[in-house]
Design a protein around this ligand. Structure first.
Ligand SMILES: [Fe+2]
Ligand SMILES: [Fe+2]
Length: 335
């Protein structure tokens, strides 16, 4: 693991951590007094070994003896980055990164075993910190080893080095896709509905039926998310869901989600004086039967308030696993 920092005069110093070069996490210290941070960075490279003790990842550094500045405390917030000193005389100093409630105290808050000073905030999902294994080499590098900045103000003036830099921090700027999708999904509970179940329950019921039918994890997640665009793209909600899922699922499953809207019309379009058989345009498609079954067995029947629908907590781990796959790794697209 490597932590690099960038002393940006406008944003203040910040840190970047990578685990095996694949898991960048930024810590933004712009919101706190940077005096102590600058002194810490004055030591050059700080090296240690990560210890993940539950709720907190830390490493000791035996030379970074910087007096506390600002308010000292023991209870912090998830996502806080803290400079910590062991009780007087032990000569131990360390960096703590909180990703959840620690086992110190009553276990209800991120807590240090003795006072520390907050020096920054984790920019990325704190869960990434939680996945850092004990024993991972960790180092903080000084500002001279910072990430730098691209040279261009218009893209056509960019250099090879600029785009190499952008590529290297692409992962850092990556949003928490699973968290964002979960937020879209839970918002469906508040969507106006004259169905006998709300839109979230419909989605959960669809996923429940898929799971009980023996569908694999990926297809269950597709069932869960097939209507996630209802609020944001009501005129092409199926395409919205398919676009979210496409990088992480098979081409077949993305196709099913993308076309479920047309296939679903079979169950109601004739009541509106329209052609219920628009799906027939795909009659010869190799995945016609799969999409037909998706709608017939799971989607069109999932409006039942008396069905034993499983809660979102059942599906969240599946969703997070699917969205943590490397994009386009399922053979659906080369890009
Ligand atoms: Fe739908
Ligand atoms: Fe649906």
């Amino acid at each position: 693991m490597t932590l690099t920092s960038n002393a940006d005069p406008e944003r203040g110093p910040w840190f970047l951590v990578t685990v095996d070069g694949r898991l960048p996490i930024a810590w933004d210290s712009s919101a706190v007094s940077s005096g102590m941070v600058q002194k810490l960075l004055g030591f050059g490279r700080l090296e240690g070994e990560a210890e993940n003790i539950g709720g907190e990842v830390f490493f000791y550094h035996y030379h970074a003896d910087v007096p506390f500045e600002g308010s000292q405390k023991e209870v912090f917030e998830v996502g806080d980055l803290v400079y910590w000193r062991a009780p007087e005389g032990s000569g131990r100093f360390g960096i703590l990164a909180f990703y959840g409630n620690t086992t110190f105290g009553d276990g209800t808050a991120p807590r240090a075993s003795s006072p520390g000073v907050r020096i920054g905030k984790i920019v990325a999902d704190p869960e990434k910190i939680g996945r850092i294994p004990t024993g991972t080499p960790i180092s903080i590098q000084g500002p001279d080893l910072g990430l730098g900045q691209v040279s261009f103000r218009s893209m056509d003036a960019g250099t090879k080095e600029d785009f190499a830099l952008l590529q290297s921090i692409e992962e850092l700027e990556r949003p928490d896709l699973a968290g964002d999708v979960l937020a879209l999904l839970t918002a469906l509970a508040n969507a106006p509905s004259v169905y006998q179940v709300n839109r979230l329950t419909h989605s959960l019921q669809c996923a429940t039926r898929a799971m009980r039918d023996g569908a694999d994890e990926e297809l269950v997640v597709c069932a869960l998310l097939h209507d996630v665009g209802d609020l944001h793209a009501p005129d092409n909600h199926a395409a919205f869901a398919a676009t979210l899922l496409e990088p992480f699922v098979s081409e077949k499953n993305a196709w099913i989600v993308r076309h479920h809207g047309i296939f679903q019309q079979y169950y109601y379009f004739h009541h509106l004086g329209q052609d219920r058989n628009r799906r027939d345009a795909f009659r010869d498609h190799p995945w016609f039967a799969d999409c037909e079954q998706f709608c017939h067995r799971w989607d069109q029947v999932s409006f039942d308030p008396h069905y034993d629908t499983l809660p979102l907590s059942t599906f969240e781990p599946l969703l997070r696993r699917v969205f943590s796959r490397p994009a386009w790794s399922q053979g659906s697209k080369s890009e």
